[in-house]
Design a binder for this molecule. Structure first.
Ligand code: C2O
Ligand code: CU
Length: 633
């Protein structure tokens, strides 16, 4: 039982998400993909026809646990074989829990190519709908968009010997797949330091003026090192200010077309649930609604103790629901407001995206006033404070974590950026992930693990003298291991209680460390806490100052902040093979992930072999094994 199957053709389309046309991956001729809406408990069926003529495809249902259906998780090389061009695969899985989710491609860098959409699971007994003020949901799927094709991006990331080409910052931020490249709509003032636009409408002249300023050049005024410094500072500033606004490519105020802005219509005096999810390739974002406070009520499909905020930080892979009250703003004469979404965590080179919150009866095309400014990009403290405010909301949907004494294993995961054979890679305990050609799940079902991947256990810790304040290349020789590019896995017995401590450190540059949003498939984990510096699991995981075992939030994504650590707990109670990785697409591509093989005990494999749909695993070595040893009738 369940809603009618969704039938999707995944195909190359020409689309102009930011008013500039590009080749991208669409579903049923459009971008983003259709929104799936289901009720908790429903069986969701999606028939995926791969009409991409030059590549395989898979679709991952981000936040869905796939309890008992590990083959429907949609991760190439892990849960299934990529669906070949011209072939069809049917995903069938249960919407296990109400919440705000999304789906996306999980093969190569297909997510960044535009293969994504919203997945909303409704609650038949929704606590928020009972509020007499409740008037409905608004949905906001956030993403970032690059003009360079993902194939070129991937090629750049894989280049060797100093030719590494980082993808850089995205050209445009998208709201529900819509944005405007290099253009800030309307009467837009100072968004972020240095990005100043004062045109009342986006037009070419404005673009030209900015371009002139950017072309002016930085003269050296005078002689000596001071003048040199000034010139360098000027050049830096110019790079920062002009990076994104080299040329104005503003589209029209194109409501009916493929690009922005998005308008959300609301009635005054009501409460809306604004669902926000981020499937960005790179950017961490800050979301603000001009003139409105937001009440955070859900994180990654789990209810949280409500709290009020002025703005919300959202990293790739995360989702939130916030309540938006339209009572306070009732009296305003031109009731239409900006929603602005800007980059945090990295020096922004991308203009904020704007949407419009339009009250019924508003005559105004555009909101009056200046869109809310994005907070300082480098104020990580703000983000941490927000993360630490999240506490689970007690109720039937929540189970507190097993106590610390019941933890079977603690795994420390050092995140480092390494140089391997001239390539820049991310590594976890000095192992950089590269996926096998044959999916792990098929290898287990057919008992051919050793033929498919390196069965050496993945390292559960790193050296005690590793100095996280130093880049890997400056460590004492005994503190490091040679980096391996490998497909080895962590194995867990069914039901094990596992603590994972993600440990951040210097990248290859001294003093530089980035944020990484880590996402786990097949589970929610409890986010026990965050700390600074190097974690000593023995001490720190027992320290109530950092660790919350009473009401920690359940989530599927948690941020590892620069030079800090993040502690998670989960129960390995969902037999399957699951990815756990940084949700930044280029980071994953560079090896920033691990694989958990869970409950893959001998006695369970026979059942797995019988249940797994053949088309999910009939490729590579599994296909050969199946030919040699056909299933008994
Ligand atoms: Cu949304 Cu493995 O990712
Ligand atoms: Cu990362």
């Amino acid at each position: 039982p369940g809603p009618a199957p969704h039938v999707w053709n995944v195909e190359y389309i020409l689309w102009a998400p930011d008013c500039k046309q590009h080749g991208m991956i669409g579903i049923n001729g459009a971008f983003p993909g259709p929104t799936i809406t289901a009720y908790a408990g429903d069986l969701i069926t999606v028939v995926v026809n791969n009409k991409l003529h030059t590549e395989g495809v898979v679709i991952h249902w981000h936040g869905i646990k796939q309890i008992g259906t590990p083959w429907a998780d949609g991760t190439a090389s892990i849960s299934q074989c990529p669906i070949n061009p011209g072939e069809t695969f049917t995903y069938e899985f249960k919407a296990d829990k109400a919440g705000t989710y999304f789906y996306h491609g999980h093969f190569g860098m297909q997510r960044a190519a535009g293969l994504y959409g919203s997945l909303i699971v409704l609650d038949r007994d929704d606590p928020f709908e009972k509020d007499p003020m409740y008037a409905g949901d608004l949905n906001m799927l956030l993403s970032d968009w690059y003009h360079e094709a993902v194939y070129a991006q991937a090629a750049g990331l894989e280049r060797k010997d100093d030719h590494f080409q980082w993808v850089g910052e995205p050209q445009t931020l998208l709201i529900n797949g819509k944005g405007q490249f290099g253009c800030t709509l309307g009467d837009v003032g100072k968004f972020q330091k240095g990005i100043h636009r004062d045109a009342t409408k986006c037009d070419r002249r404005d673009g030209e003026r900015v371009e002139a300023a950017c072309d002016a050049g930085c003269e050296r005024k005078g002689k000596g090192s001071e003048a040199e410094k000034e010139k360098a500072a000027c050049e830096d500033e110019k790079a920062e200010n002009c990076g994104v606004v080299r040329r104005s490519e503003c589209g029209p105020f194109c409501r009916e077309t493929q690009c922005g802005p998005v308008v959300f219509d609301v009635e005054p005096g009501r409460t809306y649930r604004l669902r926000i999810a981020s499937t960005t390739s790179l950017s961490a974002l800050n979301v603000q609604v001009q003139g409105h406070k937001l009440t955070v009520v859900e994180a990654d499909g789990n209810l949280v103790e409500p709290f009020d905020v002025d703005d919300i930080d959202i990293y790739s892979g995360e989702s939130y629901s916030v309540l938006l009250n339209t009572t306070a703003a009732k009296q305003v004469s031109s009731p239409s407001y900006w929603i602005s979404v800007g980059v945090i965590g990295r020096r922004p080179r991308t203009l904020p995206a704007l949407a419009v919150l339009r009250y019924a009866g508003s005559k105004n095309e555009l909101p009056a006033g200046v869109p809310p400014a994005t907070p300082a990009w480098d104020d990580v403290g703000r983000s941490k404070e927000f993360a630490k405010k999240l506490k689970a909301r007690a109720g039937p949907g929540y189970r507190a974590p097993p106590g610390t004494t019941r933890v079977h294993r603690t795994i420390a995961m050092l995140n480092t950026q390494e140089l391997v054979d001239g390539q820049i890679k991310w590594a976890i305990n000095h192992v950089s992930l590269s996926l096998p050609a044959t999916p792990y799940l098929g290898a287990y079902a057919y008992g051919i693990q050793g033929q498919v991947f390196d069965t050496t256990p993945a390292p559960a810790t790193f050296h005690s003298s590793y100095d996280i304040e130093k880049p890997p290349q400056e460590q004492k020789p005994e503190a490091v291991q040679p980096v391996t590019v490998s497909d080895r896995v962590y194995t867990f017995a069914h039901g094990e209680v596992v603590d994972v401590v993600l440990q951040n450190a210097d990248m290859r540059k001294h003093g530089v460390s980035e944020s990484h949003p880590w996402h786990l498939h097949g589970h929610d984990f409890w986010v026990l806490g965050y700390g600074e510096g190097r974690c000593d699991p023995e001490q720190d995981l027992k320290n109530k100052e950092f660790i919350n075992t009473v009401n920690p939030p359940l989530r599927n994504t948690a941020v590892l902040f620069p030079h800090g650590w993040t502690a998670l707990r989960f129960v390995a109670d969902n037999p399957g093979v699951w990815a756990f990785h940084c949700h930044i697409e280029p980071h994953l591509h560079m090896g920033m992930g691990v694989v958990f093989a869970e409950g893959m005990e001998e006695r369970r494999l026979r059942e797995l072999k019988l249940k797994v749909p053949r088309e999910a695993i009939m490729c590579g070595k599994t296909a050969l094994a199946a030919m040699a040893r056909p299933l008994a009738p």
